[in-house]
Design a protein around this ligand. Structure first.
Ligand code: NAP
Length: 250
């Protein structure tokens, strides 16, 4: 496990994040698996990473909480002593509502987790990876959504707006650190078959949406992971500020 680059994946215990952790291990990374509540799922991903020969730890922490974020990066420092990549993957949806029904509590939670959390995590990563801070460089991949472009009318425009913020943040940060060895890119997944839809009260959403997708099917977490690992890799050495749709044409 020594000599391998170190990747932190927020929300790495389930869905897209877990697929990223598993593929990262196969491609030679050590992995820090962040999770919010589901310790058993995080431990299962850690076991899978170790089975691939990678070092791995599970780190509990709510990306909606600044203290938790600081503690999470300190845990990475203590355990691995380096950081080479960050995938800002943890994110939430909420129950379908029109904007004229949304509470301020809902909006603040959505923005705190999806936007502020990702920006704070990127900040911690830049402090460790940027040559300006004595770092050796690295790569950040932010998980946006096609919702950023489509707007999610009558479903969750707050979520769509939070992901549009991620797109803009990706462009700005990529330019801010472009000469410091840090590349910053984003993926916009389309409809991907994970637990997130049930969390928003629509357990059949991936199946129900299939006919509206040009490729006539939802995507898999593994298809998103392939794109994430490409952007993290040296093969993408001249790519920064890019936002890649992985959405079956949606
Ligand atoms: P998911 O299956 O619901 O998994 C969410 C993961 O994030 C879990 O590991 C969960 O941890 C963790 N998490 C949730 N809230 C957190 C918090 N406050 N702090 C730390 N970790 C937290 O979600 P997914 O579908 O894989 O989505 C991953 C990302 O892709 C999200 O940013 C989402 O917006 C984006 N995305 C998904 C789709 C899709 O169709 N699935 C489409 C576009 C974009 P626990 O296991 O502890 O709960």
């Amino acid at each position: 496990m020594t000599g391998r680059p170190v990747l932190l994946v927020t929300g790495g215990s389930r869905g897209i994040g877990a697929a990223v952790c598993r593929l990262a291990a196969r491609q030679g990374w050590n992995v820090a698996v962040n999770y919010a509540a589901n310790r058993a799922a995080a431990d299962a991903v850690v076991a899978e990473v170790r089975a691939e020969g990678g070092g791995a730890i599970a780190i509990q922490g709510d990306v909606g909480n600044a203290q938790d974020i600081a503690a999470m990066f300190e845990a990475v420092d203590r355990h691995f002593g380096q950081l080479d990549g960050l995938v800002n993957n943890a994110g939430i949806v909420d129950a379908p509502q029109r904007v004229d029904e949304m509470s301020v509590e809902r909006l603040e939670r959505m923005m705190r987790i999806n936007v502020t959390g990702s920006i704070l995590c990127a900040s911690e990563a830049v402090r460790r990876m940027s040559s300006k801070h004595g770092g050796k460089g690295g790569s950040i991949v932010n998980i946006s959504s096609m919702a950023a472009v489509l707007g999610s009318a009558s479903q969750y425009v707050d979520y769509a707006a939070s992901k549009a913020a991620i797109d803009t943040f990706t462009i700005g940060l990529s330019r801010e650190v472009a000469t410091e060895g840090v590349r910053v890119n984003a993926i916009r997944p389309g409809v991907i078959d994970t637990d997130i839809h049930a969390s928003g009260g629509l357990p059949n959403r991936a199946r129900d949406m299939a006919s509206s997708i040009p490729m006539q099917r939802s995507g898999t977490a593994e298809e998103i992971a392939d794109a994430v690992l490409y952007l993290l890799s040296p093969t993408a050495s001249y790519i920064t500020g890019a936002i890649l749709n992985v959405s079956g044409g949606r």
